[in-house]
Design a protein around this ligand. Structure first.
Ligand code: NAP
Ligand code: GCO
Length: 255
């Protein structure tokens, strides 16, 4: 395989990778040669995910921490330091959805979504970048945005605000860290079938809207993201910085 997309010798931390898009991207990065560090809050889910990747012959370990807990993040990175684990590729994927009209929204719910979907990317990105800069070997940061990094849908305001922030946080990372050979980019998935969207998939009207509104006329699958994340995590993207790559079946490209 071309060295352009070869991740051999690299270690990738994917947050929120005990299931959904994170686990699919972890599998894809592993198939490209990376050693994988899985993350999530639920140790049982993580163990299941780890078993699956290990059974496929991949190098995998787990680090259970809550991406909204700064002390937990610092402890996790202290553990990486102690174990000599160098994170070369960070995928800030962990995220939650909360659907409610803003007029009825409590600030606690707003804060929970923004902390999980945006602040975490800053905190974990900062810790990973501090070590990438100190090592002087460069690195890759891939933040997971959304169609809502560009456009809004009613009833998901905190999610939309956070994902809009992901787009410009990614550019801020590029502005400050590109000179250290750290490429910071984002992926904006379209409507993908995962646990987060189970209620939407099962709603016949919403399902029909997604299929008619998407030029590809289908929902995305988690596997649809693998090419984008391997590209952005690879030497092939050595001169790509501050970009958001939409993997949305064309939804954002058309009215
Ligand atoms: P999902 O199926 O709900 O999976 C979310 C993952 O994040 C799980 O592994 C969950 O594990 C973990 N997680 C949640 N809160 C966490 C926390 N505080 N700390 C650590 N891990 C946490 O969601 P998904 O659809 O795969 O979404 C993954 C990312 O893609 C999110 O950022 C989402 O906004 C984004 N996205 C999804 C879509 C889509 O259509 N599905 C589209 C655009 C963007 P635990 O609960 O065990 O911690
Ligand atoms: C929603 C969905 C979306 C998708 C995704 C689209 O309620 O509209 O959860 O937010 O998950 O973010 O890119």
């Amino acid at each position: 395989m071309s060295k352009l997309f070869d991740l051999s010798g690299k270690t990738a931390l994917i947050t929120g990778s005990s299931g959904g898009l994170g686990l699919a991207m972890a599998r894809g990065l592993a198939e490209a040669g990376a050693a994988i560090m899985l993350n999530g809050r639920d140790a049982g889910r993580l163990a299941d995910a780890e078993r699956g990747l290990a059974a496929a012959g991949h190098a995998v370990s787990v680090s259970a921490f809550d991406v909204t807990d700064e002390a937990g993040i610092m402890a996790a990175f202290a553990g990486f330091d102690a174990a000599g684990t160098e994170i070369d590729i960070l995928v800030n994927n962990a995220g939650i959805q909360f659907r409610k009209p803003m007029l009825d929204l409590d600030v606690a719910d707003w804060r929970r979504v923004v902390e999980t979907n945006l602040t975490s990317a800053f905190l974990i990105g900062r810790e990973a970048a501090r070590r990438m800069v100190a090592r002087g070997m460069g690195g890759k940061i891939v933040n997971i945005g959304s169609l809502t990094s560009e456009v809004a849908r009613a009833t998901v305001a905190p999610y939309t605000a956070a994902k809009g922030g992901i787009k410009l946080l990614t550019r801020s990372m590029a502005a400050e860290w590109a000179k250290h050979d750290i490429q910071s980019n984002a992926i904006g998935p379209g409507y993908i079938i995962t646990e987060m969207n189970k209620a939407l998939v099962e709603d016949a009207a919403f399902d029909g809207w997604v299929r008619s509104r998407t030029p590809a006329a289908r929902w995305g699958t988690p596997e649809d993201l693998i090419g984008a994340v391997v590209f952005l995590a690879s030497p092939a993207a050595a001169y790509v910085n501050g970009q958001i790559l939409y993997v949305d079946g064309g939804m954002l490209a058309v009215l």
